[in-house]
Design a protein around this ligand. Structure first.
Ligand code: BES
Ligand code: MN
Ligand code: MN
Length: 454
């Protein structure tokens, strides 16, 4: 039997197993779900053992457990690939906007709907089935394989850097492969060579010691909600540039070749605009939309909290106001450096009639990798073989905090070979994953391990 025949023959069982995997509510940020995250990790260990992976162990951390497995039987003259992915998922709210419950997977229109379908359980699953197929047909894997699946990616990979630091030898590898990014479009594979970093801050503005009647007190004190809006309004200028002093100091500008690469990508900004139903797009002056969403840093309010937000009107001056503000960073900005610059600037522009506190919630550093090398070339051939076309080279706007750590601590390049689609509602209601890409992604990841051995 060929590998492809095995994939076809067992497809129905694979779908049942994927359904089971998607049923765990492994929401890493929610303390009430920590048992579910743990159970999902245990399920993965059993699954890895079931497909014939030699060693699979759940490693506890102060947070959620790390799934570690290895099957290194190809011999010392064959390369070692570390496959990384995450089995935790984002929260599901607002629940009422889901067509079906998020942890009861439903198959409709050639897609599977569930939280984690595309980000990242569905994509992790592709590799497990590729490895199963190789083991079943060949009795062995073409390269040495190590598997690292974490339960804290969506909360900033809190415990993973220390784990990697403490297990450098064990995790040593020639390349890391990650499937947690989108294809360029349906049928258009891509290799991602850049991810943005993140700096996630919270601003707290404290006004009077209690909420006040806006008639009796209005005009005599600084309203913390107004003060917060003024602060936020000063963080960017009319050209879409971030005004924090030194913010752009470490930004590597997009090179002429890179900008030419961006310009050569098929992109319909009118369709993009229309899909979002906004009257017009905007962004930093001098850059294109594709550059705005992946190659340039950003600053955005992610949440605002203050005053009366119920139905109707209540005449009140709120005692406090807060905002969650996140910045997407590009190479070589550093999240701790940016957090400090942000906090200093916010304090410097805050009116002295209120108390302002700035808190750093979490962050991740950006990553930019070489577009050539053994791993990239193998991935390129594998994607070509599965999809029938050459992959595009792209940068993505999202973050995978650990990628830069693989580079720094394991000295191994990361190959970002993803199979999601941009519009599969990752982090949103009705998240889904295309069954076409389940099939092609299994093939492509199988070819990747084969190509790595050449
Ligand atoms: N899979 C995404 C990262 C991603 C998103 C890559 C879009 C490429 C395009 C990942 O699971 C994610 O959501 N990361 C978080 C990280 C954060 C919580 C530290 C993100 O980007 O918001
Ligand atoms: Mn992800
Ligand atoms: Mn995510």
């Amino acid at each position: 039997m060929t590998h492809k025949e095995y994939l076809e023959l067992h497809h129905d069982r694979f779908i049942e197993e994927l359904t089971e995997f998607l049923t765990f509510p492994s929401i890493s940020t929610a303390p009430e779900h920590s048992k579910d995250v743990h159970a999902c990790g245990e399920w993965l260990i059993k699954h890895l053992q079931g497909i014939g992976i030699k060693h699979a162990e759940l490693h506890e951390t102060p947070g959620h457990p790390i799934v570690y497995a290895e099957h290194c039987e190809a011999g010392p003259d064959k390369p070692t690939v570390l496959f990384y992915g995450h089995y935790d998922v984002q929260p599901v709210d607002p629940l009422e906007l889901w067509t079906n419950p998020p942890f009861t997977p439903v198959f409709r229109d050639g897609k599977v709907f569930a939280r984690g379908a595309t980000d990242d359980k569905g994509q992790v699953f592709l590799h497990l089935k590729a490895l199963e197929t190789l083991l079943a047909i060949d009795g062995t894997l073409p390269v040495n394989v190590k598997i690292l699946l974490e339960g804290e990616e969506e909360i900033g990979s809190i415990n993973l850097p220390e784990y990697i630091e403490n297990n450098k030898e064990r995790l040593a590898c020639d390349a890391v492969v990650v499937s947690d990014t989108p294809l360029y479009g349906p049928g258009l594979p891509s290799l991602c060579y850049g991810l943005r970093g993140l700096c996630y801050m919270e601003i707290h503005v404290q006004g009077p010691n209690r909420d006040l009647h806006s008639g009796s007190y209005g005009g005599s004190i600084t309203n913390p909600a107004n003060a917060l809006c003024e602060i936020i309004a000063k963080l960017k200028d009319e050209h879409g540039r971030i005004t924090i002093p030194g913010f752009y100091d470490d930004v590597i500008d997009l090179s002429v070749e890179e900008r030419a690469g961006y310009a050569a990508l098929p992109f319909d900004s009118e369709a993009f605009r229309n899909g979002l139903e906004v009257p017009a797009l905007c962004g930093e002056v001098g850059y294109t939309t594709l550059e705005h969403i992946s190659g340039r840093p950003t600053l955005d309010v992610n949440g605002l909290n203050s005053g009366f937000t119920g139905i109707g009107a209540k005449t009140v001056l709120p005692a406090k106001a807060s905002a969650k503000v996140s910045m997407r960073l590009v190479a070589n900005q550093d999240t701790d450096d940016i957090a400090k610059k942000f906090a200093d600037y916010v304090q410097s522009i805050a009116p002295n009639t209120v108390k302002v506190e700035v808190v750093n919630l979490h962050g991740a550093n950006p990553v930019l990798v070489e577009r050539t090398g053994k791993g990239m070339n193998a991935a390129s051939r594998a994607l070509h073989k599965a999809y029938g076309v050459e992959p595009y080279f792209t940068r993505e706007g999202g973050s995978i905090p650990v990628c830069i750590i693989f580079d720094q601590k394991l000295n191994a390049p990361t190959v970002l070979m993803g199979f999601g689609l941009q519009d599969e509602n990752a982090h949103s209601p009705d998240e889904h994953f295309s069954l076409e890409n389940v099939k092609l992604g299994m093939e492509a990841s199988l070819y990747f391990y084969q190509e790595m051995s050449k």
